[in-house]
Design a protein around this ligand. Structure first.
Ligand code: GLA
Length: 338
């Protein structure tokens, strides 16, 4: 039985199967929550949020009134501070934080911290409200104008399913991941350098393209000819074609056409590499090696790019040295004995 006053909240990480750099243009994404995640456990109370990290050995100690989360140390505590600044909890928390996620490895370890902390601090609201608060927390903590995909996947994950998310309406359509396929995540080992500034630049380019052709979500490839700047046109072409690939991928998964699903993933990688320019030689190398591996349907970089991870869809056992990630349920309060 849980001791009185203990609260424990768990938030999964996520991997995006297809649909990258589309969320902040109101487009389509297709991620899933995974069976690795972050847990916060402790006792609410006091006027500070104190969490001891089992992973790094240090602690965060954040006051309840905080103006600039981006300056807090240690750096992982910025995500805690961002949440505190956003949700302004009435009381603090004293406890510990543990994780099974690789930190900074492109599986949304920061979104998992934010959501687990918000729930432990008693956030009251639905999955979309929670995701929006944590998205703002991330923007304040990391200074990156991120979209809502990571936080919404973490809050709304459904066991056994990936989520087709419409980032204009935030409608979520769960799609079962067939038992005949496994999802693999492979780390390129390359740190995501320049990610923050390059991400902001890509987002600004999408906004500049939308100022010419209207919302990229509604644009067709033919519309893009009115964009004179070649680089801007390529960025927009990625977004418009990626939205279609998300639809194709979701339909292929639903009908069990794993070859077609894999083809959409590989085409997505090429578009992210050539049109959106967010790949790296290590990511390209990993994707090429996976594409040549028997039993792998398709592979692509996942998340923001500039390093980080590759995701692949494969038959079970095709890549024996990697453990598949399982589509999992979303964040939850596991114990609340108050
Ligand atoms: C990061 C951001 C997301 C999304 C992806 C790219 O993970 O946090 O909002 O934009 O990059 O798809």
């Amino acid at each position: 039985m849980a001791a009185d006053g203990i609260v424990m909240a768990h938030a999964p990480g996520r991997v995006n199967l297809i649909g990258d750099h589309t969320d902040y243009t109101g487009g389509l994404v297709f991620p899933m929550a995974i069976d690795l995640g972050t847990t916060v456990r402790g006792v609410p109370g006091g006027d500070r949020v104190r969490l001891q990290s089992a992973l790094t050995g240090d602690a965060c100690n954040v006051p309840l009134r905080i103006d600039d989360p981006a300056r807090v140390e240690p750096s992982w505590a910025r995500y805690v501070a961002g949440v505190v600044a956003e949700i302004e909890p009435r009381r603090g928390f004293d406890g510990a934080i543990t994780t099974t996620l690789p930190v900074g490895g492109g599986l949304s370890s920061s979104a998992a911290i934010e959501v687990a902390v918000a729930l432990a601090l008693g956030f009251d609201g639905d999955a979309v409200d929670l995701a929006r608060s944590c998205q703002r927390a991330e923007q304040r903590a990391a200074g990156v104008p991120c979209g809502i995909m990571d936080q919404l996947t973490v809050t709304a994950g459904i066991d056994g399913h990936a989520l087709l998310i419409d980032c204009t309406t935030l409608a979520i359509t769960p799609v079962r991941v067939p038992d005949e396929a496994v999802v693999l995540v492979l780390d390129s080992g390359e740190p995501r350098r320049l990610a923050a500034s390059a991400y902001a630049e890509r987002r600004a380019q999408c906004e500049a393209a939308a100022a010419i052709v209207g919302p990229l979500r509604d644009a067709t490839l033919a519309d893009l000819h009115t964009i004179d700047d070649k680089e801007l046109r390529r960025r927009a072409r990625h977004v418009v074609s990626e939205n279609q690939r998300v639809r194709d991928f979701a339909a292929a998964l639903e009908t069990g056409d794993l070859d077609a699903a894999g083809e959409a993933m590989t085409a997505s990688h090429i578009s992210l590499r050539d049109d959106f320019a967010v790949s790296t030689p290590s990511l390209d190398h990993l994707v090429a090696a996976l594409d040549e591996t028997p039993g792998v349907y398709g592979a692509r970089l996942t998340g923001a790019g500039f390093g980080g991870c590759v995701v692949a869809l494969a038959t079970p056992g095709a890549v024996p040295w990697t453990t598949p990630v399982r589509p999992s349920g979303g964040a939850r309060v596991v114990i609340d004995s108050q």
